[in-house]
Design a protein around this ligand. Structure first.
Ligand SMILES: C[C@H](O)[C@@H](O)[C@@H](O)[C@H](O)C(=O)O
Ligand SMILES: [Mg+2]
Length: 443
């Protein structure tokens, strides 16, 4: 049973110098240092359990998010954990409706990333106290309790609380079998690790042949900066993987709407399943226009890693603007808001293919998508979860991939906890890794 009063919230600026190797680079983020605002919640309970929460950021952005987490801290400190999760909708609203902080949101940008970090820590602690991995905590919850975690404000025109409950009730059929299926075979994944934009062709080739040997069958390639480069890289990767395996492309918001259509028409010969983030993440009608134009070429539009909140997802669905919906465990308001998006996607019959990678995103989002399969979508049709092979060694409970699938985590919690030593070494700017790098830069 949940217990304890939150006695301390600390937040750390943890950064990894991934940009040095071009890892994570794309057409818009050419020098990403994968980073996290890392929240630790302590309580006065005797079990000594702590809740760990992260939100994914890039380098210098981290200190701004850390500031926002500190600004939200008074909403959490001295609160009883039982009261928080007993009225989770109310608590979500309290965090997102702070009369002064919401002015710099609302429910978007830095404050929302900070909300995610704090709430992810609360969910981790709750799952730990229940002795279950987060996906199992969700799977075992009755529909009424699950929907009581969701703030339905702004989405009742497409999904009411009653409808959400009904979807969950209907998906009770076959739940046990689906849980067994997940435990035996895991959730299908695709890899983005081979083809970051900053990788030279030789690296791309080497990583691609290793991934093929490891049994990967679905690959994502970064595009969008230079058409001739894209044609060369896509040809290279398509030739290596052959005509049957799946290829996805990701432009990370680089294009205007007509440009996206033109560019993708030129890349259509490489048979991409989807083009991800072809244009601004805020341009709902732009995505709809691109979707419509590319449908005859058999190319779907995927988006979501930078969708602010459930409202944008609602409109993307209403406008038929996407064919694949990409939730993100750290950009939306944690599990609470992601639940509402999973349920809306189910209602619109759009497959969810989560965004992962970064630092910790794979660790977190696997819980949500495994829950989605068992308790909401009940389908693997056109679905897969992103996987990126970076930085897992810094986590206490790293993801386990078997035969290109995520195996359900067994440890209690949300898999958010990082190794103490990793945090210490990568804290910015005083961790040993950064002290060395910063000194070298100065000299
Ligand atoms: C900066 C990051 O690596 C992004 O390029 C990455 O999240 C990407 O969009 C993805 O889909 O994995
Ligand atoms: Mg992407």
């Amino acid at each position: 049973m949940v217990h304890g009063r939150v006695s301390r919230l600390s937040v750390h600026d943890v950064r990894f110098p991934t940009s040095l190797g071009g890892h994570g680079s794309d057409a818009m983020h050419t020098d990403p240092d994968y980073s996290a605002a890392y929240v630790v919640l302590e309580t006065d309970a005797e079990d000594g359990l702590k809740g760990y929460g992260i939100t994914f950021t890039l380098g210098r952005g981290t200190e701004v998010v850390v500031c926002a987490v500190n600004a939200l801290a008074p909403h959490v400190l001295n609160k009883d954990l039982g009261d928080i999760v007993g009225d989770f909708r109310g608590f979500y609203r309290q965090l997102t409706s702070d009369g002064q902080l919401r002015w710099i949101g609302p429910e978007k940008g830095v404050v929302h990333l900070a909300t995610a970090a704090v709430l992810n820590a609360v969910w981790d602690l709750w799952a730990k106290q229940e002795g279950k991995p987060l996906w199992k905590l969700l799977v075992d919850m009755d529909p009424q309790t699950l929907v009581s975690c969701i703030d339905f404000r702004y989405i009742t025109d497409v999904l009411t609380e009653e409808e959400a409950c009904e979807i969950l009730r209907q998906s009770q059929v076959g739940k046990k079998e689906r849980e067994e299926q997940m435990l035996a075979h895991g959730y299908p994944a695709y890899t983005t690790s081979c083809a970051w934009l900053g990788y030279p062709d030789a690296t791309l080739k080497q990583l691609c042949s290793e991934a093929l040997k490891d049994g990967w069958t679905r690959f994502k390639v970064k595009v969008g900066a230079d058409l001739q480069d894209d044609i060369r890289r896509c040809r290279l990767i398509r030739n290596m993987i052959g005509p049957e395996k799946t290829l996805m492309m990701d432009a990370n918001q680089r294009w205007d709407v007509p440009e996206a259509v033109e560019w993708m028409t030129k890349l259509a010969e490489f048979k991409p399943l989807w083009i991800e983030e072809p244009t601004s993440p805020d341009d709902i009608l732009g995505h709809a226009a691109i979707s419509k134009a590319l449908a005859p070429l058999g190319i779907g539009v995927a988006t979501g890693e930078q969708c602010h909140n459930r409202v944008i997802f609602k409109q993307l669905l209403q406008a038929k603007a996407l064919k694949f919906l990409q939730i993100d465990s750290c950009r939306l308001g944690s599990v609470n808001e992601n639940l509402s998006v999973l349920l809306m996607a189910k209602k619109f019959d759009i497959p969810v293919c989560p965004h992962a990678g970064g630092v910790g995103l794979c660790e977190l989002v696997q819980h949500l998508i495994i829950f989605d399969f068992i308790s909401v979508s009940a389908s693997l049709q056109d679905r897969m979860c992103e996987y990126v092979d970076h930085l897992h060694e810094h986590f206490k409970y790293p993801v386990l991939i078997r035969e290109a699938s995520y195996m359900p985590p067994k440890d209690a919690g949300y898999s958010t906890e990082m190794k103490e030593d990793s945090v210490k070494r990568h804290r910015y700017p005083d961790g040993e890794v950064w002290k060395k790098l910063l000194t070298a830069q100065r000299n």
